[in-house]
Unconditional design. Sequence first.
Length: 519
Amino acid sequence: MKRCKRVFLIVLDSLGAGALPDAEKFGDRGAHTLRSLSRSEKLFIPNLRRLGIGNIEGLGFLGTEASPLGAVCKLSERSNGKDSTIGHWEMAGVISENPLPTFPDGFPPEILDEFSRITGRGVLCNKPYSGTQVIADYGEEHMRTGNLIVYTSADSVFQIAAHEEIVPLNELYEYCRRARVILSGKYGVGRVIARPFIGKPGRFTRTAHRHDFSIEPPAETMLDALKNAGRDVISVGKIQDLFAGRGITHSNPTSGNSDGMEITASLANVDFEGLCYVNLVDFDMLYGHRQDVEGYANALTKFDQWLGIFLSTLREDDMLLLTADHGCDPSDASTDHTREYIPLIAYGRDILPVNLGVRRTFTDIAATVTEALGVSYSCEGKSMLGELTDMRLHLRESAVRAMEKSYSPYSEFRVGAALLGGSGRIYTGCNIENAAYSPTVCAERTAFAKAVSEGEREFRMIAIAGGKDGHIEGLCPPCGVCRQVMAEFCQPECEIILAMPDGYEIHTLGEMLPFGFTL
Ligand code: THU
């Protein structure tokens, strides 16, 4: 398997690729961030299109590309949530069965009692509240009593506001660290946030000394595995916060997208070995939540311009992965995140421009990144590296996926084929049976019919997978009629890849049909 020295994993925060099948449970039926952006005249993304973004299943409205430069797919979220933390954890290998908890009615007495015990101070407010309003409404009482202002929001946060002259900063931070310890398990909020302020009653203002204390991922992530294996793990933007710093060897905080892109571009000149993990937050924070379609489209256009230059600075043993963490459709009814697929584009010298369809979980990214960097890490995800770098393996997997489409109610024997044309395009086929039996078409001939009718005339390889009820138990060699059809269009050296339960066998047409009839 081809290994890389550096992987750039860039997350375009909230760039969803359409509602997941369970989106309705999250109130997000029909949400589609990229489709909303495609309606803006400001959207101009020639580099993403050249890479093949429009070839991702369901994204044809962005413009398909016959000879893309990158590999593409979209991934489903297995975790029960749609926030940044859970999305990034999943792509780093950890699935969350529960969303991070929110407290629309405030925190329960057992938490506040414990909080008062460890701080020696009472609590004010304890409700979801606007940050500026909460100090206007409770600041004076806080100054009089020394009690802490505790409030939350629609997000999973425990925020503590205190006047810098009443509670010195170090003390406030220490309270946050202690709160972080008690806020675990079912009370494990995403962030505890120190919100210091200054000024006199009626004129309170917040200071720049805000500090976030994030929750640590509940299990080993790919970042931990990479760091432990001695690789560099460089974060750009809020990645550092999302992982509470764990598994990161160098952190680069940013002020927004342009800063993040600038830092990432300069890292392309650094001789590191490992992962550069970037989050570009403006898409979500400035445009998605504020339902600003034009602003979002404009930001993606700017990213695309930057990308054009960035691609040319990549080295031979680099791999670039572009993805998202969830959706935030700027033109749906709510300002909230949306439960969507995430797009994935992979690019590199050894990356084949293949389409990997629809994947089951974001954790496939962690499996791919760690394998590409030669570090062992186990998670639920399936590495895509084999398919991204080995055409035979990719054809085998495509043939296996094509089996799902098989129409075989009579034999219940599903067959899938994947045929590589001279143009580089791959045509899949399945067997299509008939009540009258003899009109049945084999999977291979379905693939040939699709290809030839699209103008393809030369073929290099075909993979075939078959099995009862869709389980591959042994080889499914092509029938005599299919071999004869192959002889019409393929050279004797054409490879026939036969799927085995775990891998494949390679044969040639010459071997399988000696003395074939041709004119
Ligand atoms: N079949 C194929 O699709 N390809 C072959 O080369 C061998 C047979 C299908 C036809 C039928 O639907 C099923 O397998 C069982 O014979």
